[in-house]
Design a protein around this ligand. Sequence first.
Ligand SMILES: Cc1cc2nc3c(=O)[nH]c(=O)nc-3n(C[C@H](O)[C@H](O)[C@H](O)COP(=O)(O)O)c2cc1C
Length: 212
Amino acid sequence: MGHDIRDLVKKSRSYRRFHEDQRITRETLAGLVDTARFCPCSRNRQPLRYIITTDPEKTADISACLSFALDLPDWGGPVVGERPAGYITIVTEGECTPFTAYDIGIAAQTIMLAAAEQGIGGCMFGSIRKPRLRSVLGFPERYEVHLVLAFGYQAEEVVLEPVGPDGNTTYWRDACGIHHVPKRSLEEVLIGDEQQHPAGDRNPGLGERVCN
Ligand SMILES: Cc1cc2nc3c(=O)[nH]c(=O)nc-3n(C[C@H](O)[C@H](O)[C@H](O)COP(=O)(O)O)c2cc1C
């Protein structure tokens, strides 16, 4: 397909409404995990394990374990027919360190990008009713659940917006059902002395030294 990485990152939005009847195969999701296997991780310990779910009854049960779009309080989540068609649940076995959260984030975004490259939409879920999910998936106690990744062919449009002058970053849905996601500008996210100097201006940033 050949995507530019910037275009792929911009395309990889959080989708929460799908064509539930357009199923995703286990092989497709296993392929995404197969890409994430090569991700960097703290001390190369590779503590992450993945549970794939594509069975329609089970994916429906998992949907009921998740909180969809807490910042859209008037929306109760996807209805039957628009729920995700597949899930990857990220778990760990054994002790987690503060770095495990980074490992999970890196793997999760890699999976989302690999899905987007194939035209598959998705969303990460950190708000999980974990005891309920545990009973749906039926995995042993020694695994700890961290993040659930939902997948499907998206049935909604998501557009990026600049953050307005009020600085509000809350996403919203308009009257046509289009989901809008404000993102901060480059100027806002770049901090420090060098930000004041245009690219190519060799003035050093804070604490930097110039060696002639
Ligand atoms: C670690 C993490 C946890 C998230 N958990 C949830 C969640 O529980 N429910 C949900 O609807 N969206 C969740 N999201 C999706 C975010 O709401 C979404 O990334 C954000 O609104 C920005 O939209 P975008 O992904 O299209 O840029 C999560 C995203 C991340 C990175």
